[in-house]
Design a protein around this ligand. Structure first.
Ligand SMILES: *Cc1c(COP(=O)(O)O)cnc(C)c1O
Length: 399
């Protein structure tokens, strides 16, 4: 029954028919869960994780019913990955469905544009991922009212009345502010609004928005989820069957689907998620502690630092604090010299990969950050090597 062909691709991706997969149990650790997540029942002479299925169409005599008809609608490689992500986002739950997309933005857009109509109101973060502002302009062009609120301090509460959807990004990228998902979800639900959480930065091992009351957990799989900086991917995990049917329909309309190779690589990468997250996040805390001692650095943020403004709520609702550290150097020139001097940290955007990256975020022009603001993504290098490289680059960039 765990054969993806037994899965009815038109309805619930999780919990339909298949026996309780080990990954769905709640009494196992994350390391155990990730190595087994989404695997089909063992079949003699078949690989543990079946290879990517390259198919634009499937043999389909007679009535065109699912699960596998045409490659824009469903694919067995997606099914395995969707089950895996569902097991991580919602262990123990059978009421969720997960859908994978070509990118994080494809996943985000599928929720926004499938749930909202002209005349509706939506609350977006004012400090969220920079391409959200492009989505905002498009929503407004479609006659949807967009209200914004900053992530920290639960200011979203003030603008919820009459909203159809509350969009939360916590921790926010790149500012690393955190809001109280449970409190905001309760307030939104009391007003009849749906709640979506962008879970990219935390990953499902760092935060489980559906357990905190959200209707959708949406993420870019491009970042720490897959962790090698070599694929773009996104997903939506949701609890509301009607809403998820609309998200699925939107994926079909827009065709923002992942290639089978990307989906398979993502699934393969999930097996090491716990190892990567543990290592990278532990090093991020060490790096944050080391950078905090430096006189040229201001505005250091890491939600796992006990004196960080996000620490209290982050520690209550997150399981792990992420691999991103942000801070500000005195000037743009100083930040550029610092990035140039680094040897173990690539000057590149994105985050969450096994190789550390950093960038001066202001170079894109989309975030309200100081000129010297640096977003650092901590990789899987040895912590002492990384700290030494950062400290040396700070010193070399001084003069
Ligand atoms: C990167 C990112 C996205 C967009 O994901 P893509 O895979 O690049 O489309 C969305 N939200 C957050 C928080 C991100 O960091």
């Amino acid at each position: 029954m765990n054969d993806p062909a037994a899965h009815d691709g038109t309805t619930d991706g999780e919990g339909t028919g298949a026996p309780a997969a080990p990954g769905r149990a709640t009494d196992i650790g994350d390391g155990t869960r990730v190595v087994r997540a989404g695997l089909p029942e063992p079949v003699k002479y078949e690989p543990t994780l079946p290879g990517p299925v390259f198919a634009a169409h499937f043999h389909l005599p007679g009535d065109p019913t699912g699960p596998y008809t045409y490659g824009r609608d469903d694919n067995p490689t997606w099914t395995h990955l969707e089950r895996a992500i569902g097991e991580l986002e919602a262990p123990g739950r059978t009421d969720t469905e997960t859908l994978v997309f070509a990118s994080g933005m494809a996943a985000i857009s599928s929720v926004l544009f499938s749930q909202l109509r002209a005349g509706d109101a939506v609350v977006l973060p004012s400090d969220g991922y920079q391409a959200l502002s492009l989505a905002r302009a498009q929503l407004e062009a479609f006659g949807i009212e967009v209200r914004t609120a900053p992530t920290g301090g639960d200011a979203q509460l003030e603008v919820l009345d009459g909203a159809k959807l509350l969009w939360i990004e916590t921790p926010s990228n790149p500012g690393l502010d955190v809001c109280d998902v449970r409190r905001l979800a309760e307030a939104a639900h009391a007003r009849g609004a749906l709640v979506a959480v962008d879970n990219t930065l935390a990953t499902p091992l760092g935060q489980r928005p559906l357990d905190l009351g959200a209707d959708f957990s949406v993420a870019s799989g491009t970042k720490q989820l897959t962790g090698h900086g070599d694929i773009l991917l996104g997903y939506v995990a949701g609890r509301d069957a009607t809403a998820m049917a609309a998200v699925r329909r939107w994926r079909k309309i827009v065709g923002a689907i992942p290639g089978p190779m990307e989906a398979w690589l993502a699934h393969r990468s999930l097996a090491t998620l716990q190892l990567r997250v543990e290592r990278q996040n532990a090093t991020a805390l060490e790096v944050a502690r080391a950078l905090r001692e430096r006189p040229e650095i201001s505005g250091l943020r890491y939600p796992g630092l006990p004196d960080d403004p996000s620490y209290k709520i982050a520690s209550e609702q997150m399981l792990r604090h992420g691999c991103v550290v942000s801070f500000t150097l005195p000037t743009r020139a100083r930040a550029d010299r610092f990035l140039e001097a680094l040897r173990l940290v690539d000057d590149a955007t994105s985050f969450g990969g096994v190789r550390s990256t950093a960038e001066r975020r202001g170079r894109w022009g989309g975030d309200a950050v100081p000129d010297g603001f640096v977003r650092l993504s901590v990789g899987a290098e040895d912590p002492e090597d990384l700290v030494a490289d950062l400290v040396r680059a700070l010193e070399e960039s001084a003069g």
